[in-house]
Design a protein around this ligand. Structure first.
Ligand SMILES: Cc1cc2nc3c(=O)[nH]c(=O)nc-3n(C[C@H](O)[C@H](O)[C@H](O)COP(=O)(O)OP(=O)(O)OC[C@H]3O[C@@H](n4cnc5c(N)ncnc54)[C@H](O)[C@@H]3O)c2cc1C
Ligand SMILES: *[C@@H]1O[C@H](CO)[C@@H](O)[C@H](O)[C@H]1NC(C)=O
Ligand SMILES: *[C@@H]1O[C@H](CO)[C@@H](O)[C@H](O)[C@H]1NC(C)=O
Ligand SMILES: *[C@@H]1O[C@H](CO)[C@@H](O)[C@H](O)[C@H]1NC(C)=O
Ligand SMILES: *[C@@H]1O[C@H](CO)[C@@H](O)[C@H](O)[C@H]1NC(C)=O
Ligand SMILES: *[C@@H]1O[C@H](CO)[C@@H](O)[C@H](O)[C@H]1NC(C)=O
Ligand SMILES: *[C@@H]1O[C@H](CO)[C@@H](O)[C@H](O)[C@H]1NC(C)=O
Ligand SMILES: *[C@@H]1O[C@H](CO)[C@@H](O)[C@H](O)[C@H]1NC(C)=O
Ligand SMILES: *[C@@H]1O[C@H](CO)[C@@H](O)[C@H](O)[C@H]1NC(C)=O
Length: 535
């Protein structure tokens, strides 16, 4: 049963920001009054500012979304008054945490972007079972802060992804076949609603909202300003890395096909992925609590090592820091005092400079003062496609070889790759979130291209992706990851991203944001669209 109770309201100290709406003359002055107590001139970016281009871009370089104003919050108490300002001046408020949305929906045209990347505190409880965390924190910063307490979070892979954006999609990770999704490791969240009320969302307070903000899409029901995460420790684990340089089409097909059977069927401790590039293929994976010999035995009996010329590495005794960097900056498990963790030590604004545009900068402090700051995270013209393979529809050889052929057909500039994760979470502890494909997903197939500014070249990439969609979609069906939204998806986006949960999410949306104050082109609407059939 859902519980919606006034007792779950949260009183947030607002002394510094008494009713800016009543006394302001414009959105800008309203936001300035919210920030009045601390550096207002440094935290508001308008299209007139030289830093606007940098500030409106997340990781993705894009020329589609131009917000009206970008407000960099630094305290939980500022978010509700910012929402009130936006509503009062008829400007849609949009939350942004990590800024990785694949269609830049955290930076919408004409919106007030409420940037939470500086709302990134971490407060570990005395018994180290939970931490109260700012809703805008980036995963790398969260891992660094938790490291100091020898605890961690069942989080995703990329250090610059924002926690609240990750949770809004579900949060896959390299422990998930044994442990489940990131969304399963949340005890409660504090959410600012469209009418400026701040509420608690947990299994006992506003439990419908709690369900929806975990997998039901971002910036739709309210803004997540603080999250209580459940902490874990990982046992020492074993890791594997298999690599193939150029191979013929048949060998590539054999490897990909074998991985898609093998990865999802392994014992639950092993979570793995295959990366399919134009020429090379690699498989990386971790075996939680497994010894090197145990993982070696699984690799030896996989049938993979006899396909083509595989270079195989299996390591044991790996630590949590190894886990966070394995496959990114390291392909071995170094001793704890040798691991270079700097990739995790990200600042609130961690991205590389775009062309010669000046970069927005404000209190760019890392969580760890002892580890080197991460290098700037590269921006690019990201193009992406996402498909879940469900249990009842495995890929046949015809489809899989055509997919590999398409990857091979792209030019080198595209840097095309397929990043395919083995799922099958059926042995993980039960979760209860709005992520719709937990019981049925066997694998997730993600495709990435670095887009081009050259119109002709860009057209070839678009054609390739259209072909990929037409080859794969009929084979796998609509299921896709809402963390990788795609404007050229060929099926109904609500069904693709929310499956059978659409009708329930629409009801929750209507209860918490009846005026559709929080919305983007793919968000759950307040009315069930007539063409949605899965209810
Ligand atoms: C390099 C890379 C690696 C990735 N790896 C993984 C992975 O391992 N596992 C995984 O599951 N996903 C992964 N993703 C996908 C990622 O989790 C999603 O794209 C996610 O939505 C990004 O969240 P964000 O906060 O960074 O982005 P944002 O663009 O800030 O936000 C994404 C969406 O959430 C909304 N939102 C942001 N903050 C809030 C808030 N505080 N309250 C309410 N709504 C909010 C935004 O409005 C937007 O709709 C990866 C993405 C990249 C680019
Ligand atoms: C934006 O420009 C205005 C006017 O020049 C300036 O006062 C303000 O400090 C700038 N904002 C930022 C964040 O640099
Ligand atoms: C956003 O506005 C700009 C002009 O300011 C326009 O070029 C662009 O197409 C708009 N984007 C969308 C997604 O409508
Ligand atoms: C951290 O938690 C402690 C105990 O729960 C509390 O007293 C303190 O105010 C918290 N600090 C922050 C910054 O939230
Ligand atoms: C899912 O994983 C379990 C082991 O955790 C295994 O028994 C089952 O066969 C797997 N299912 C598929 C479709 O691979
Ligand atoms: C494996 O390597 C050998 C020697 O380098 C080469 O002759 C052979 O073609 C390779 N096989 C495959 C399948 O790539
Ligand atoms: C790419 O195109 C955009 C928009 O037309 C332009 O602003 C930018 O300078 C171009 N970049 C390059 C490297 O050509
Ligand atoms: C392979 O799957 C596709 C898509 O489901 C289907 O159209 C095709 O007939 C299948 N081919 C074979 C040989 O089974
Ligand atoms: C704000 O919205 C919530 C959810 O719709 C509602 O329960 C609450 O009564 C509203 N509060 C005020 C002050 O209007």
């Amino acid at each position: 049963m859902f519980v919606r109770s006034i007792a779950c309201s949260v009183l947030v100290a607002t002394a510094a920001v008494a009713s800016p709406v009543a006394t302001s003359s414009s959105l800008f002055s309203c936001v300035s009054q919210v920030f009045a107590a601390s550096d207002p001139s440094q935290r508001i970016v308008t299209p007139e500012n030289a830093t606007y281009t940098d500030a409106r871009l997340g990781e993705k370089i894009q020329f589609e979304e131009f917000p009206a104003l970008i407000a960099y919050a630094k305290d939980v108490s500022e978010i509700a008054p910012l929402v009130n300002c936006a509503v009062a001046y008829g400007v849609p408020p949009v939350a942004r945490s990590g800024g990785h949305h694949f269609l830049a929906y955290s930076s919408l045209n004409g919106s007030l972007v409420i940037d939470l990347s500086h709302v990134n505190h971490v407060n570990v409880s005395a018994d180290k079972t939970t931490a109260s965390v700012g809703g805008g924190i980036r995963l790398g910063a969260l891992y660094m802060a938790l490291d100091e307490h020898d605890v961690t979070f069942v989080g995703g892979i990329c250090p610059t992804v924002g926690l609240s954006g990750l949770l809004s999609a579900g949060g896959f990770n390299m422990q998930m076949r044994a442990m489940g999704l990131s969304a399963d490791y949340i005890a409660s969240a504090t959410v600012v609603l469209a009418n400026g009320t701040t509420v608690e969302a947990s299994p006992s307070c506003n439990s419908d909202l709690f369900w929806a903000i975990r997998g039901g899409g971002g910036s739709t029901y309210g803004i997540v300003v603080e999250v209580t995460v459940k902490l874990v420790t990982f046992p020492r684990f074993a890791a594997m890395s298999l690599e193939w340089s150029a191979g013929d089409a048949q060998t590539r097909l054999d490897i990909a096909k074998r991985f898609l059977e093998w990865g999802p069927a392994l014992r639950k401790e092993v979570t793995s992925q295959i990366n399919v590039y134009k020429d090379t293929i690699s498989i990386v994976g971790v075996g939680l609590g497994l010894s090197q010999a145990e993982l070696q035995a699984l690799v030896d009996s996989s049938g993979l090592t006899s396909l083509g010329n595989a270079t195989v590495g299996v390591f044991g005794g790996c630590s949590t820091d190894n886990m966070r960097t394995f496959g990114y900056t390291s392909f071995a498990c170094e001793a704890d005092d040798k691991v270079d963790k700097k990739i995790l030590n990200v600042v609130p604004d961690p991205f590389s400079q775009y062309e010669s545009y000046p970069q927005f900068s404000y209190e760019e402090v890392t969580e760890s003062s002892t580890v080197t700051q991460a290098d700037p995270w590269s921006r690019f013209l990201r193009m992406s496609k996402s498909f879940f393979v469900l249990e009842n529809a495995p890929l046949n050889d015809t489809v899989l070889s055509r997919v590999l052929e398409l990857i091979g057909s792209a030019d080198d500039d595209s840097q095309i790759w397929g990043e395919w994760h083995a799922w099958n979470l059926t042995a993980a502890p039960a979760g209860n979130s709005a992520f719709p494909w937990r019981e049925t997903a066997v694998a997730h197939l993600e495709f990435q291209i670095h887009g081009s500014n050259d119109t002709k070249q860009q057209e070839t990439y678009e054609t390739l992706f259209t072909e990929l969609e037409s080859v794969l979609r009929p084979a796998v069906g609509p299921a896709s990851y809402s963390g990788y939204m795609d404007a050229t998806i060929s099926v109904d986006h609500l069904e693709a991203y929310y499956g059978d949960n659409v009708a329930r999410l629409v009801e929750i949306k209507r209860a918490y944001d009846p005026g559709n104050v929080f919305s983007n082109p793919y968000s759950i609407p307040v009315e069930l669209p007539a063409d949605v059939t899965r209810t």
